[in-house]
Ligand binder design. Sequence first.
Ligand SMILES: [Zn+2]
Length: 338
Amino acid sequence: MYGTVIHAPGDIRFEERPDAALTAPTDAVIRLAATCVCGSDLWPYRGVEPVGEPHPMGHEYVGVVEQIGADVRNVEVGDFVVGSFATSDNTCEICKAGYQSHCVHREFMGTAQAELTRVPNADGTLVATPGTPDPDLIPHLLAASDVLGTGWFAADAAQAGPGKTVAVVGDGAVGLLGVLSAKQMGAERIIAMSRHADRQKLALEFGATDIVTERGADGIARVKELTGGLGAHSTIEAVGTQESMMQAIHATRAGGHVGYVGVAHGVALPGDELFFSGVHLHGGPAPVRRYLPDLIDLIWRREIEPGKVFDLTLPLADVAEGYKAMDERRAIKVLLRP
Ligand SMILES: [Zn+2]
């Protein structure tokens, strides 16, 4: 098979690799219908995270089950499935509490930008769709695998809901789908913080009521101005930098909630600022598996179209161009078709 391997920052290759194969009786192998490039893939691509030895990439996936291990019961060969970037048994205490991304048997996916991929913990990770999806549903289902599930968790962690004003820091795919999620949860007002016209447009389409183009202290001041000087009830942080995290905390009113899902890089919270903010913080890797059945249902009934975040589709073989387009911000998110 062919798959994506990162050799060094900026060096993505689509190359021949051993076929994905079962290694445990709880594994499944799926043939990808679509995969994509994640904002978090850009951290090693940009050299912000060390690459180390050349290794495969990709953790967002939808496709058809091709093989199952002897212990797999919940999916069958031929099922069309969606899974999360973090695999889970879905039976341990942590999973039962809804935190499948912290499962005691968790293994992170990392080989999905390929023709085939092995999914550990198949029973507790993969969710079969009600049937073979119409082709136009595939991007939406793929979004559920990570970016929608992550945006949904962020909105949930921020306690978005009726009567709430939600601020969203970050206008990448996760931030934009945080807007969609907050809207689905009934938020009254959604303030999207974005400086890019194409992303602002999508944010408005997904349900944003206000756009704030300022950042940092100016952005915080603008959110306060829009909320009677108080700040948002709920803030989604979908970037992962010191600036974005502090922007989220200070844009939130005392007693409010910050849902942070941007993978933290170099974030150090000043204790005094945290202490006097009076906000709740909750986040981390999203337990996408908790939400998958409901998200698949919403997509299947065509109530949401999260796949609109894919504004560039390329053949999987052109994956290197996909990384480049996202790195240069020519694309919000790139869908790859094997
Ligand atoms: Zn578990």
